[in-house]
Design a protein around this ligand. Structure first.
Ligand code: PGA
Length: 244
């Protein structure tokens, strides 16, 4: 596991964006797993800026988002598909048909999860998985528990995760869907490279636990310690609990 600490959240996000742009230049057919949330917003802005300067070409890339809320249609503003449109897809040259997000409004979420997993395999598998980390240690929406699922599945969200997402739902946790479709930890760890971006003091404790604590399903991000090519990019605040 390699850890890079940057002086600010913005610099950390830019570092990941630059890395992705360089990987796209070296391998235009890159297959990426992409996160949503507050943390990656700066990373997407940086990618859009790089694209405008001709330094990030998505024309042959494929992306798979990590997760989506069950019950939300792609057009719904609070959906992760809409988030991706606002922050990346509307601004770069990524073909719509190659930007994948699980369909939250699928009639059978379980079948949609299986279809999504097959689509990832059919694309040749993930080259790079870019992740955030929840305050509870979740990656994607793989919530802490006695067990974890390997493949894309339907997950029941913890109250904390629903609370963390309430801003997009009129500030009301009760309006946040109770379930999501999420890549499994096996799907994520199957990527050739994993990049975890975490910023802010609120993440310092969980970052320390995930990177230096025991590997346990109670801290899903701790499984990243087993990955042979995992890069963790932090700002100083998120690195506060680490001895660096
Ligand atoms: P955040 O979410 O970036 O909004 O903190 C991270 C996550 O839950 O993976």
């Amino acid at each position: 596991m390699m850890i890079r600490v940057l002086p600010s959240a913005r610099r950390a996000a830019e570092a990941v964006a630059r890395l992705l742009a360089e990987c796209l230049a070296a391998e235009p057919h890159l297959v990426l797993a992409l996160p949503t949330g507050r943390t990656p917003v700066d990373m997407y802005s940086a990618l859009v800026r790089l694209h405008r300067r001709g330094r990030a070409d998505f024309s042959r890339a494929t992306t798979f988002n990590l997760d989506e809320f069950v019950g939300l249609a792609a057009e719904t503003r609070a959906s992760y598909r809409a988030f991706m449109r606002r922050h990346l897809l509307d601004h770069v040259n990524l073909a719509a048909g190659r930007a994948h997000v699980p369909r939250g409004d699928a009639q059978s979420p379980a079948r949609e999860a299986a279809r999504y997993e097959r689509a990832i395999a059919d694309s040749g598998g993930l080259d790079i998985a870019v992740l955030g980390i929840g305050a509870n240690g979740h990656i994607g929406f793989n919530e802490p528990g006695p067990t974890l699922s390997a493949r894309t599945h339907v997950v029941r969200l913890t109250l904390g995760s629903r609370r963390a997402n309430r801003a997009a739902f009129g500030g009301r946790t009760a309006n946040v869907p109770t379930h999501a479709i999420s890549m499994g930890v096996g799907t994520i760890l199957s990527a050739d490279m994993v990049v975890l971006l975490a910023t802010g003091r609120a993440k310092a404790r969980i970052v320390q636990k995930a990177l230096t604590g025991p590997i346990t399903t109670r801290v899903p991000a701790s499984l990243l310690q087993t990955h042979p090519r995992c890069l963790v990019v932090l700002d100083r605040a998120a690195a506060g609990g680490l001895r660096t």
